[in-house]
Design a protein around this ligand. Structure first.
Ligand code: SF4
Ligand code: FES
Length: 249
């Protein structure tokens, strides 16, 4: 019996030899337990060693294998070939990012934006080591835990029409991560982050399309994080004017 196959149409771009990108078709076995990433590795190992793409863990943890599959951003290590039968399957680099080569995108813009939101615990003053750990209750942990599940896969940026139109927008994952620290009972950096995120390219740029939360493979709900941040920032702004004696607290 001949093995069932499926066709992958893959975005190819090698800047040193091609002026413009083009699609190249490859026929691969359509095995029941294969995901798109297995098919890409099959192409690389058996058909065409020049194909470039990123991956590492093959288990939805490292966040490096995100690509557009039939126009939707997905982790290719979690997308089964069989669910795209009979094909063809179109595989492209994540939308809204510059392409370095084939399916590899440039992440510099995101890394710079991430750094701007101070994604670490900020304290006005550290307590002495002799005071012990900063303890948290399970309820305090539950407040920020969903936002801490982000794996920086950038699917949300590829799905975000606002980021597509206005690349200065800080974007879903960076804002969700800012919220992760704002909601942490050990953190005191809300004002510092809000100074950045209240600017034109911050939270107010989001029009709540919600596609970022739809495509997120880790259930982070960046759209919800942004709306929650807007509410907290608005309340803080009003308090700043109505209760001036509380400024700086
Ligand atoms: S919020 Fe979700 S989709 Fe966006 S980078 Fe994090 S894990 Fe990926
Ligand atoms: S290879 Fe790590 S998330 Fe897919």
């Amino acid at each position: 019996m001949t093995e069932e196959t499926i066709t992958l149409e893959i975005f190819r771009y090698r800047p040193e030899r091609e002026e413009a990108p083009a699609f190249q078709a490859y026929e691969v076995p359509c095995r029941k337990d294969w995901v798109i990433l297995d098919a890409l590795n099959y192409i690389k190992d058996e058909l065409d060693g020049s194909l470039s793409f990123r991956w590492s863990c093959r288990m939805g943890v490292c966040g490096s294998c995100g690509m557009m599959v039939n126009g939707t951003p997905v982790l290719t290590c979690g997308a089964f070939l069989s669910s795209y039968r009979p094909g063809p399957i179109r595989v492209e680099p994540l939308a809204n990012f510059p392409v370095v080569r084939d399916l590899v995108i440039l992440m510099t813009d995101f890394m710079e934006k991430l750094n701007r939101v101070h994604p670490w615990l900020i304290r006005h003053e550290e307590q002495p080591v002799s005071a012990g750990e900063y303890l948290q209750t399970p309820a305090q942990l539950a407040e920020y835990k969903p936002y801490s599940m982000c794996i920086n896969c950038l699917l949300c940026y590829a799905a975000c029409p606002v980021y597509g139109l206005e690349p200065t927008f800080i974007g879903p994952a960076a804002i969700a991560l800012a919220q992760r620290y704002n909601l942490d009972s050990r953190d005191e950096g809300f004002r510092q982050r809000t100074d950045v995120l209240s600017q034109d390219d911050g939270i107010w740029e989001c029009t709540f399309v919600g596609e970022c939360s739809t495509v997120c493979p880790k259930g982070v709900d960046p759209a919800g994080a942004i709306q929650r941040y807007k509410l907290t920032a608005a309340v803080a702004w009003w308090k700043h004017f109505l209760l001036p004696w509380q400024r700086g607290t």
